[in-house]
Ligand binder design. Structure first.
Ligand code: CUA
Length: 388
């Protein structure tokens, strides 16, 4: 293949690569004030550099044509050193750097501004290898799928109990390091990073840990669901009402079937309930019994309104409403969930969760294999998916 053909093929490939329309982590498609600031900076610098490129190419082309050697030309005057040119090509680039630096520094400060009064604070914790979101004002803790109201400023407090992660949801904000928050000295406050933005559109936005944090760094994704204020409040209410799980903590026997029916919460009306799992499903009841009474799930996981109050792993309240599992890497359906519970390491090496037949030895302790049968795994999956 000739050089020209190869070059053409490469160019065609690049062009075709730009033809797709769906880029869930496209940083050129801003949906928050933060992302908009960065996008404007990027676009303005891009067009200025294109302008400079055009000027340079035009001059270059003119010089190449005008001064090319022609038959019978005399040797041109030889120049060594030219003060004007030397000053020109030193001052010119310096001015360009200054011109780029001014809006860049403005954008840096704009995205570090102090949080506004009406912002909602959310404590974001990067774990190996999943995301925890705690809403102190609402008393809510969730994992891997951050729910935000549209048009309300949010104030993310970023911290990690282990290594450095990085919060990045390209269409909304980031990336910003999520640093270990061990206090450097006794009595000192841990140093948190903060990230402020106002989501401007409803929908799902995809994010990814952007700092290498170990074996499964690449599998540390997340989703942000931006909802209307009403939908957000409804979600918060559902969370607090310990939906679909158990009746609110009380003296009643949690195994009482009538109580379980009372706790039923209808699935979202605009979406068919593909899972077809009701609270009265015997598989759900079996899974609940395994989760809360037989297996060690509750040592790490919490489900609001139940005896499961572990805080080492993701909080699973309203798990059935999540679209993904294992921090954004698998679609949340019964098959994937069962496969995950059976063998988490098949999807996420070094995840801090034992499988049915292997132990987990990690920094946070030792977790024996769950030894669940296939049917028990299906039951636990059914129970978790009923939480909505
Ligand atoms: Cu967490 Cu990379």
């Amino acid at each position: 293949m000739s050089l020209l053909a190869r070059g053409g093929a490469v160019l065609l490939l690049l062009l075709l690569a730009a033809c797709g329309t769906e880029y869930p982590q496209n940083s050129l498609s801003p949906h928050s004030d933060f992302a908009e600031t960065i996008h404007q900076l990027y676009v303005s610098i891009f067009w200025w550099t294109m302008f400079i490129l055009a000027v340079v190419w035009i001059i270059l082309a003119w010089v190449l044509v005008k001064f090319r050697a022609r038959e019978g030309d005399e040797k041109p005057r030889q120049i060594r050193g030219h003060l004007g040119l030397e000053i020109g090509w030193t001052v010119g680039p310096a001015l360009i750097v200054i011109a780029i630096a001014i809006p860049t520094i403005q954008a840096v400060f704009a995205t570090q501004r102090p949080v506004s009064e009406d912002a909602m604070t959310i404590e974001v914790t990067g774990h190996r290898f999943w995301w925890e979101f705690h809403y102190p004002e609402q008393g809510i803790t969730t994992a891997n799928e951050l729910v935000l109201p549209v048009d309300r400023p949010v104030n993310l407090r970023l911290g990690s109990p282990d290594v450095i992660h990085s919060f990045w949801v390209p269409k909304l904000g980031g990336k910003r390091d999520v640093n270990p928050t061990v206090a450097v000295r006794e009595g000192e406050d841990p140093k948190y990073n903060w990230l402020f933005f106002t989501p401007q559109e409803t929908g799902y936005f995809y994010g990814q840990c952007a700092e290498f944090c170990g074996e499964s760094h690449a599998f540390m994704s997340m989703r942000v669901l931006v909802e209307t204020e009403e939908d957000f409040q409804a979600w918060a209410d559902r969370w607090r009402e310990s939906p679909g799980a158990l009746p609110p903590a009380g003296p009643e026997d949690p195994e009482d079937e009538t109580e379980l029916e009372m706790a039923g919460v209808p699935a979202q009306a605009d979406e068919p309930d593909q899972l077809e799992i009701g609270d009265d499903d015997p598989l759900v009841a079996m899974g609940r019994d395994i989760f809360l009474n037989q297996a060690t799930c509750l040592a790490c996981h919490a489900i609001e309104g139940t005896s499961a109050q572990g805080d080492r792993g993701p909080n699973l309240t309203l798990f059935g409403e999540r679209t993904t599992l294992a921090s954004g890497i698998l679609e949340n359906n019964p098959e994937n969930l069962a496969a995950w519970i059976k063998d988490p390491w098949a999807f996420k090496p070094a995840a801090a969760m034992p499988g049915v037949d292997y132990d987990m030895q990690g920094t946070a302790g030792y977790w024996p294999a769950t030894a669940l049968s296939d049917e028990q795994v299906r039951a636990v999956a059914a129970y978790l998916l009923s939480l909505k």
